[in-house]
Design a protein around this ligand. Sequence first.
Ligand code: ATP
Ligand code: MG
Length: 620
Amino acid sequence: MHWRNYFIPTTKETPKDATAASHVLMLRAGLIRQLAAGVYTYLPLGFRCLRKVERIVREEMDRAGAIELRMPCLTPLSLWDESGRSRTMTDVLLRLDGAVWDWAAGLVLGPTHEEIITELARAYLKSYKQLPINLYQIQLKFRGEARPKSGVLRTREFLMKDAYSFHDCKPSLDKEYDNMYAAYCRIFARSGLPYLAVEADTGAMGGDASHEFMVLTDAGEDRVAVSANGDYAANLERATAAPPREGEAPAEPPREVHTPNAGRIDEVCPVLGLPPRQMIKTLIYTATEGPAAAGAARNLAPGAGNVAPGAGNVAADPRVGRGAPRKLRIVALVRGDHEINELKLNRAAGLTLELADPETIEALTGAKVGFAGPQGLIDRIDKLIIDREVAVLRNAASGANKTDYHVTGVNPGRDFPLSGDKVVVADIRTVAEGDPSPTGSGSPLHLRTAIEVGHVFKLGTKYSAALGAVYLDQNGKACPLIMGCYGIGLNRILAAAIEAHHDDAGIIWPMSIAPFEVLVLALDPRDEEVMRVATQIHDELAAAGIDVLFDDRDERAGFKFKDADLIGIPLRVVVGKKSLTAGGVEVTERGKEGKPIMSPASVVEQTVRRVREELAKLAR
Ligand code: ATP
Ligand code: MG
């Protein structure tokens, strides 16, 4: 490919809001152009990279035995009604408004395809003999993301590989899950990503298992906890630490202390002379009777958290459906130095909780906000959820349920119950930096920022039950199909690769997803000999099947080198008058030191070998 005839609009200018390295570099290197908020054109270089990622994903999915198909972007709203997600995914589901054509009002742009594939399964997968099967596609998704961010990391239109597997028993799903997990490891390794698989939240309906594949970088929007010795990694939403040890100090009697205007932990600790870890935070929530719907508006695809009517569990609460729903009062306790984790809390409660307003808090505790404590509340509330770290405290302090007063010498079990119908002791806090790993090794957990590039999820029968997708088992009995789903964001692979591999001058592409593998750069394009040698090297590399770009532009050397660093092609062959006089051409690797001179006769063979070596290394 001759640069002169190609289209690589590199630029120095980037918008102020572009802060993530991948965003800045993709714009500057002429890979993408923003058309509208969260909507991008892939320019030729960017499109080449995306196609390479797509090829890796397709090869590995095919190798893993998944079968490719293509579902439409336009999907009937009625299917989303059937699953219940037209109600839970309100902002994300992009509907056509039907102002001009009535039929359009019945369509939405697919943000993910569980409903669509389940409709297909309902139509065709009728017998256990057809199972297991894994169907996938590589296709555009549309989501009403409220805040598109960091270039192509979070957009409203993006390319996803989504796979869905169907099974007649749990072991078969487990096996395919492991198979997909392994395929994902190969995909990300081949793409040159330093990835990490972490345990992920499975939503309030308690799906079975879920892992997210993460790339650690500050440009991400996810938080993960990773143990120092690598024996544990989980999304912060789900991460747990080793259980606490029972406190041993002898119990002191409770004592009321005047703490005027000191309603917050940081205000009251100095007054009481206690560290925050000795404080009990008392948080008051309300909920409406009914099933848990935690996380309903969150994760979409790999199924997390969206409640599908009829998908099990819903019938678990015997009070549902009896008269008008009652407002419940729930009190949660966490240590003063800990943050409550609302996903864990909702799961422990089996309900979707909301923080109570000041009036409700005052009515319940008889005190202003900031002075609530667990003592004496149990008869006035529906549930007391105690973090397991609070349950082992000795001689702690809490609000006194009296404005401007706290109590010290509070002892769980004596001053508030640790068991009983209304009491739940559970892990309901977010892990903190330095907490011990839950594996028993005690290795400290570190909190890091990451990008989610992929997600595997055991869905179970959530969608098949909701849509009535059943097969006949060996005894002729109709059973809902057991499902798994597996998503990868292709655009995010590109951006994450740049986050992981760049320097001040530009991108340093992994060989496997670079737009071109080799750049031949002619330093003196007006010199006949230089052009003859450079053209020959380019042509021979192309003939050997190498993706090669030839910078034949009549520009200054410095300008061309800057562009070369920016677009980040891994291998560079520089042909100039000076090097030819010195007996050859200069070969450099982007991001590495050294400029060995090679003879024009051997450079092609050596370069081809180097490209293959690098690709093989990534595929190992
Ligand atoms: P996030 O929490 O980042 O919004 P998600 O949980 O909604 O992601 P999934 O529904 O699991 O994502 O989608 C599967 C994959 O699609 C993700 O792992 C990610 O790589 C990609 N993806 C999801 N949303 C976007 C987006 N708005 N822009 C680009 N890629 C996305
Ligand atoms: Mg999302």
